[in-house]
Design a protein around this ligand. Structure first.
Ligand code: C2E
Ligand code: MG
Ligand code: MG
Ligand code: MG
Length: 288
């Protein structure tokens, strides 16, 4: 009867409610667990940095690399940055993580240069939290000094959304970084909301076109138009343009035709541990 139907609905309503709260609590607990394990991992040097090569597309010459953090969890195995970086950001661990990666990458780059490998830059990612940190430029400068690395060999990548979302803060931080002589790149370009006026005033050297515009090259006409437009923009503003996510030979050919100078992607090289990257350098990049 109607009465018992009502009862059922109420019951199941309560169950649904209870179910959702339990799930949400579980998710929140999970994030807290991951954050505390990440803190431990950072202290115990359970994290590692892999390096992905960046090529000059014309002669396919290796010119630089991007440092990418890796977490090999003792019981769960490798955890992807897209899973733990957001947790590091919300738990406030990200600045320590970025600083750790930066130090590691600078030390490694200095060693490669000392071995006379002809690399032009190592690129390190900075989260928006790190960019808005007090005294960032001084900390970066101290890291360079500690590792005896000349500032011109370091490139810092900040995403387009980071730069565009906090105009005042980001501008001051970027200017401070530029003053110490490092290079700046806007990562994932094309996915944020750039104002061209702002772009003009930013002290950056490079635009990195987001992988999502590269995946369907050269068959997708809209992606072709977007990539060509960004290349033209970069050329006329005197900025380097680099693409990420090259996986196919046809993409390389298309990008070469478009005069795109720099690229990275699984086709050219996957991110690899430092010793593997050193072996790659020994094969392809001896200066003398
Ligand atoms: P990102 O900075 O845009 O880095 C490029 C990502 O694309 C890397 O993923 C790289 O492994 C991947 N990738 C490179 N070539 C290809 C390709 O041809 N195909 C495909 N499908 N993927 C490719 P990864 O290492 O998983 O990092 C993901 C994101 O996590 C990075 O995106 C960056 O935003 C963030 N991240 C990584 N390391 C750090 C770090 O040390 N600090 C901060 N703040 N963020 C980091
Ligand atoms: Mg990057
Ligand atoms: Mg990127
Ligand atoms: Mg990306």
């Amino acid at each position: 009867n109607a009465d018992s139907a009502l009862h059922k609905a109420k019951d199941s309503g309560r169950e649904t409610f209870a179910f959702y709260t339990a799930e949400m609590t579980e998710q929140a607990n999970q994030r807290i667990r991951v954050a505390s394990e990440l803190r431990r991992a950072l202290e115990n040097e359970e994290l590692d940095v892999h390096y992905q090569s960046v090529y000059e597309l014309s002669g396919q010459k290796l010119v630089g690399c991007e440092a990418l953090v890796r977490w090999n969890h003792p019981t769960q195995g490798p955890i992807a940055p897209n899973e733990f970086i957001p947790i590091a950001e919300e738990s406030g661990l990200i600045s320590a993580l970025d600083a750790w990666v930066l130090n590691k990458a600078c030390k490694q780059m200095q060693q490669w240069l000392a071995m006379e490998y002809d690399l032009k830059f190592v690129a390190v990612n900075l989260s928006s939290r790190s960019l808005s940190e007090e005294g960032l430029a001084e900390k970066v400068e101290a890291t360079l000094k500690r590792n005896q690395l000349d500032a011109r060999f370091l490139e810092l990548e900040v995403t387009e959304s980071t730069v565009m979302e906090s105009p005042e803060g980001a501008d001051a931080a970027l200017c401070g970084l530029r003053e110490i002589g490092i290079r700046l790149a806007i990562d994932d370009f094309g996915t944020g909301h750039s104002s061209l006026g702002r772009l003009k005033s930013l002290p950056v050297h490079k635009l990195k076109i987001d992988r999502s515009f590269i995946t369907n090259l050269p068959s997708d006409n809209e992606d072709v138009a977007i990539v060509q437009a960004i290349l033209a923009l970069g050329a006329s503003m005197g900025l380097d343009v680099q693409v990420e996510g090259i996986e196919q030979e046809e993409q390389v050919q298309f990008l070469q035709q478009c005069q795109c100078t720099l690229g990275q992607g699984y086709l050219l090289g996957r991110p690899v541990p430092a010793d593997e990257f050193t072996a790659l350098l020994a094969k392809t990049c001896k200066d003398k």
